[in-house]
Design a binder for this molecule. Sequence first.
Ligand SMILES: *[C@@H]1O[C@H](CO)[C@@H](O)[C@H](O)[C@H]1NC(C)=O
Ligand SMILES: *[C@@H]1O[C@H](CO)[C@@H](O)[C@H](O)[C@H]1NC(C)=O
Ligand SMILES: *[C@@H]1O[C@H](CO)[C@@H](O)[C@H](O)[C@H]1NC(C)=O
Ligand SMILES: *[C@@H]1O[C@H](CO)[C@@H](O)[C@H](O)[C@H]1NC(C)=O
Ligand SMILES: *[C@@H]1O[C@H](CO)[C@@H](O)[C@H](O)[C@H]1NC(C)=O
Ligand SMILES: *[C@@H]1O[C@H](CO)[C@@H](O)[C@H](O)[C@H]1NC(C)=O
Ligand SMILES: *[C@@H]1O[C@H](CO)[C@@H](O)[C@H](O)[C@H]1NC(C)=O
Ligand SMILES: *[C@@H]1O[C@H](CO)[C@@H](O)[C@H](O)[C@H]1NC(C)=O
Ligand SMILES: *[C@@H]1O[C@H](CO)[C@@H](O)[C@H](O)[C@H]1NC(C)=O
Ligand SMILES: *[C@@H]1O[C@H](CO)[C@@H](O)[C@H](O)[C@H]1NC(C)=O
Length: 406
Amino acid sequence: MRLLHLLTLASTTLATTLPLTRRTPTSSTTSPLKATEYGTIFDVPVTIGNQTFQLLVDTGSSDTYVVQTGFTCIDEDTNSTIPQAECLYSNHTYNPDYSDTYRRVEDQYFGIKYGAGIASGDLAYETVSLGGLTVKNQKVGIAHRTNPMGDGVNSGLLGLAYPSITSAHPGNASSSDNSTYFFNRKVYNPLLYNMHQQGVLKEPYFSLALASTPQNESTTFGGYLSLGELPPVKHSDQWATVPVEIYRTIPVEFTSGNRTRFWWTTTVQSVRYGSKSANKDNSTAFQTFVDSGNNFSYLPAAVVDSVNALFDPPARFDDSSKLYVVDCNAKAPVFGLQLGNQTFYHNPADLIQKVDNDLCVSSLAASEDARVGDITVSILGVSFLKSVVAVFDFGKDEMRFAKRLN
Ligand SMILES: *[C@@H]1O[C@H](CO)[C@@H](O)[C@H](O)[C@H]1NC(C)=O
Ligand SMILES: *[C@@H]1O[C@H](CO)[C@@H](O)[C@H](O)[C@H]1NC(C)=O
Ligand SMILES: *[C@@H]1O[C@H](CO)[C@@H](O)[C@H](O)[C@H]1NC(C)=O
Ligand SMILES: *[C@@H]1O[C@H](CO)[C@@H](O)[C@H](O)[C@H]1NC(C)=O
Ligand SMILES: *[C@@H]1O[C@H](CO)[C@@H](O)[C@H](O)[C@H]1NC(C)=O
Ligand SMILES: *[C@@H]1O[C@H](CO)[C@@H](O)[C@H](O)[C@H]1NC(C)=O
Ligand SMILES: *[C@@H]1O[C@H](CO)[C@@H](O)[C@H](O)[C@H]1NC(C)=O
Ligand SMILES: *[C@@H]1O[C@H](CO)[C@@H](O)[C@H](O)[C@H]1NC(C)=O
Ligand SMILES: *[C@@H]1O[C@H](CO)[C@@H](O)[C@H](O)[C@H]1NC(C)=O
Ligand SMILES: *[C@@H]1O[C@H](CO)[C@@H](O)[C@H](O)[C@H]1NC(C)=O
């Protein structure tokens, strides 16, 4: 029901956003996404037990979690309990009492720290469906305590990265220390891994085509997530293929001492930019990871300073937010990233992100201001994903990118 309703909604905006091919999404594993917060967050419908929720699509983490009915909302700065509504999740929350398939994992708990905050609670086995595919006994986090991380629409998050950063831990959540969630993991198979192992997902990959959203629309059609197939959008047939790498600067303790893949990491070979054409380049390569759960791309400050200076009028660095404020009607520069054998240019409009009524920021921020623990990281966020079809292949441990065609 929910899927069909969303598809109907989607088709009215398709002409201006993503042209459809002849494929019929209803017979496939493709889910339409909802873009919220002015095209910075992308949600997908997921069924847990017999309850359906919108979950944030996150290639930057590996757990699926949902907030439990009656959860405690915690202010991130003071750690005091605040009203549930301030956590900004949907009012539709998960109640284990309404599920015959819920089974608590006895000796483990769920605890995770994201860039946006902390969530913790029980770990449970549940029946989970996404894109028409269903698996039983999937481990999911049932969050009792969380910082504000909702968007008014979602009730949690769908993690699409590697098993090694799943966030089950031995013991009991109520006596846990939430400053140690990066460590001491009890690794399990995330949803898509389980779908593949149980033979439900035939091909071990998923793909994303995020929609470029109109600047003034807070909630709108957000593109597609497809499982084991390509999303129904037009794209070049030239694919750039890159291996998934281990992010070198992240200490091995982050993956419980094992040197193994965890994020969708790769190397940007060079960047090209200019005010009218890509007449400047910087061929200092750097590692980065592709994160559909991040509204900003965090790149080396030298690159970001140069590109943000080329908006017309130029973007201004705001020291308190560490973001570059830009006129909502500014003309954005040309900006491309080389991955494998191709350079992928952003749609200029996607470089300007609306925050509030008359306030816009550049979607490019400095890596030096993005941290995991004490480590500086580079991230390719949603503005990059809006101009490509991205394939995340955990069978071949590679990513493939193709330019979108309009
Ligand atoms: C809140 O909790 C976090 C995580 O444990 C901790 O790092 C921080 O210092 C606490 N803040 C306050 C104000 O107690
Ligand atoms: C889910 O299943 C439970 C137990 O069978 C039932 O009581 C409940 O009404 C169902 N909820 C929905 C939304 O179907
Ligand atoms: C994290 O731990 C601190 C210190 O124990 C606590 O005050 C805070 O509520 C916790 N935060 C969350 C989101 O559970
Ligand atoms: C949740 O319910 C409260 C009270 O009914 C309402 O004020 C709020 O807008 C609702 N939030 C959402 C995200 O629907
Ligand atoms: C977890 O620990 C708390 C307090 O230490 C205790 O009250 C609770 O029963 C424990 N829960 C489980 C499931 O062991
Ligand atoms: C956004 O702008 C477009 C074109 O100017 C207009 O048609 C649409 O109604 C606007 N939407 C909102 C929510 O203001
Ligand atoms: C580390 O590797 C060992 C042996 O391959 C494996 O049993 C264990 O689950 C791995 N741990 C993590 C956190 O990946
Ligand atoms: C190119 O980028 C690197 C960081 O990746 C920076 O150190 C260097 O200064 C930049 N070069 C130019 C000419 O901007
Ligand atoms: C890029 O490399 C792929 C093989 O990885 C090849 O199929 C493709 O034709 C190349 N594209 C260009 C533009 O060179
Ligand atoms: C973008 O992300 C930051 C940090 O995660 C968050 O605080 C902010 O609200 C987001 N901005 C928008 C416009 O959604």
